[in-house]
Design a protein around this ligand. Structure first.
Ligand code: FAD
Length: 562
């Protein structure tokens, strides 16, 4: 019989629940305040913002989770030297577990800002605490504890949307099937919900949402709060992909006050990548989500404020258009102000206008041709749509791994958009067949897996249907710059943001046509569309930010070389 799968709590218990030594507690005592609790008193409640990281000095505290019918399950009991808290404590977000004093308890409470200071001041101890906070969140993600409960069928589009949103934001969740789960039926009866109103979401604080938007859900579970309209940040970064997160980590670590806004989730396109094989330092590859979650936590450690999901819809200057402060208007009518702005809104790969594409995007449709995709299709036939250099490079690479590449081109030939050397190489490859004036007309398959692709060439009424399981799309990317219309920021012919010296020497590298506003990553005209390039630009822009802030009268913080 196979051994039961071990949970994170079983395998990494000693790292999840470390016990601090008396000398260590003494060292960090000045970061917090001592509080006493009576037996049975709550130290934290699910859905409520807690006081901070809590180091137990005397007595025992039970950490539990409860389900929608109020049943409690024990997670751990913390005794003297142990500490209570997980990632929510880093940013002052609502607790995901309940904590009750088993007997009279004395505890050292370290509020979120002091916790961040501690993590930076105490390198080794800080590392142990940070690791425990992350592992505890991973443990909660495993069980779904403390997160909202979604009632709806797994294949329902809105259930997938809400589950996807919570997963991308690293938030625990549970799903109950309305047809098979008695607890789901009890909730539906209790709240008088009709079948066509599903999914419903029960938030940890007890609120019920009927098929909410991602923003409604995020507000309800405390993932995002209101932005202080009177605060002027040193920098507001729009976009939390690799470029925006890198800028946030460097700006935060160098003492600037930073706000990061993203309309969907942290991680951007990289967060959607199943495996990034070419990012320096990860020889076995890393999932985009894991890489981006590390960056997100790292930014929060340095005090960066996250407003996710919050969509920026326009950019204005308060008084002097050239000097700022700048005002970002959000789709929920809120505003955020900053002395400088970093545009890191990336790009979205163009999708093919063919019915049912979305259903196959997870497993069979690829916007990238790396070793990973090549392995998936090794020895098979694949279809590749596109006529630019990226399509040509991908076709040449895939031809060495697969049995046949059908290169599907809408126009009459490749010469208008592809370099000569690539056309020559493709011509020399016996297993690449170029189909010009051809359009994909249909996709067939089941359970997200493609089984056949149909296309039609020229004016021919005949539709070709071939058994192909993998479709590669290289039909360009559109920049996410709609929100900049009216901002007078210079864009190139395709809508990407122009940056750099304009010949007068007045613009700094990565600066847009407006002083104090910068652009980095995929959204920037001429950028290299890679994770490492986006991260590099995020780091580079921070040096320029200091100069800008100094010029407009904000003293840059002391920079100590590390
Ligand atoms: C499937 C896939 C796999 C990939 N694999 C690799 C790989 O293996 N290696 C590699 O080097 N590169 C890879 N790439 C490319 C790489 O992911 C991108 O180059 C990189 O993510 C660009 O980073 P960015 O921060 O500039 O932009 P993005 O990652 O696009 O992030 C931009 C962010 O801005 C947000 N945003 C947009 N508009 C607004 C608005 N108005 N308000 C608020 N927020 C907004 C978006 O929600 C998004 O989160 C891959 C891309 C894809 C799509």
């Amino acid at each position: 019989m196979a051994a039961p799968a071990q949970s994170m709590i079983d395998t990494r218990r000693h790292q999840m629940f470390p016990v601090l030594e008396a000398a260590e507690i003494e060292r960090v005592r000045h970061f917090g305040k001592v509080r006493s609790y009576g037996a049975g008193e709550a130290l934290a409640r699910v859905g409520q913002v807690g006081l901070g990281l809590t180091i137990i000095l005397g007595g025992n505290v039970d950490i539990t989770q409860h389900d929608e019918s109020g049943r409690r399950t024990a997670i751990v009991t913390h005794g003297p030297g142990a500490f209570m808290g997980e990632l929510a404590q880093l940013a002052g977000r609502p607790a995901l577990v309940d904590a009750h004093a088993k007997e009279p308890v004395e505890a050292l409470i370290i509020p979120p800002d002091q916790l961040r200071a501690l993590l930076i001041a105490e390198a080794e101890l800080g590392e142990r605490i940070m690791r425990a906070l992350i592992l505890r969140r991973v443990g909660l993600l495993e069980t779904g504890a403390g997160g909202p409960v979604i009632v709806g069928r797994a294949e329902n589009g809105d259930v997938l949307r809400l589950e996807g949103f919570l997963r991308r934001n690293g938030h625990p969740r549970q799903r109950l099937d309305p047809e098979t789960d008695p607890e789901a039926k009890a909730l539906i009866d209790r709240f008088h919900v009709d079948a066509d109103q599903l999914p419903i979401v029960l938030c940890p604080g007890g609120q019920l949402l009927r098929n909410p938007s991602e923003i409604e859900l995020a507000r309800c579970i405390g993932l995002v709060g209101p932005i202080d309209p009177n605060r002027v940040y040193d920098v507001a970064i729009v976009g939390a992909g690799p470029a925006g997160l890198a800028a946030a980590v460097y700006a935060g670590s160098e003492g600037l006050s930073v706000l990061v806004l993203d309309c969907r989730a942290f991680g951007g396109q990289a967060g959607a990548s199943a495996r990034i094989e070419n990012y320096l330092g990860f020889p076995t590859g890393i999932t985009g989500m894991a890489l981006m979650a590390r960056a997100y936590n790292q930014a929060q450690k340095f005090g960066v404020e996250m407003a996710i999901p919050d969509e920026v819809i326009s950019l204005d200057a308060l008084d002097d258009a050239e000097k700022g402060p700048f005002v970002l208007k959000l789709s929920n009518n809120e505003r955020a102000s900053a002395r400088s702005i970093v545009i890191a809104t990336g790009a979205r790969y163009r999708r093919l206008a063919v019915d049912g594409l979305e259903a196959f995007e997870a497993a069979s449709v690829h916007y990238w041709a790396s070793l990973l995709e090549a392995k998936l299709c090794a020895g098979q036939e694949v279809a590749l749509v596109g006529a630019g250099n990226s399509a040509g490079q991908a076709a040449v690479y895939l031809a060495s791994q697969v049995s046949k590449v059908w290169l599907i081109v809408r126009g009459p030939d490749l010469s208008a958009s592809m370099s000569r050397y690539l056309i020559d190489r493709i011509t020399g490859l016996s297993n690449v067949e170029v189909l010009t004036q051809t359009n994909i007309t249909g996709l067939d398959g089941h359970d997200g897996v493609l089984e056949a692709i149909c296309w039609r060439t020229g004016a021919s009424p005949e539709e070709v249907r071939r058994p192909i399981r993998h479709l590669f799309l290289f039909i360009g990317a559109d920049p996410n710059t709609d929100w900049l219309s009216g901002s007078e920021i210079g864009l190139d012919a395709k809508g990407f943001v122009l940056t750099g010296p304009d010949g007068t020497g007045e613009r700094q590298s990565l600066e847009t046509s407006r002083h104090g506003i910068f652009a980095i990553g995929d959204v920037r005209s001429g950028s290299i569309k890679r994770v490492a390039a986006a991260v590099g630009e995020g780091a580079q822009v921070v040096a320029t930010l200091h100069a800008t802030l100094a010029a407009i009268g904000t003293e840059p913080p002391d920079l100590h070389p590390i």
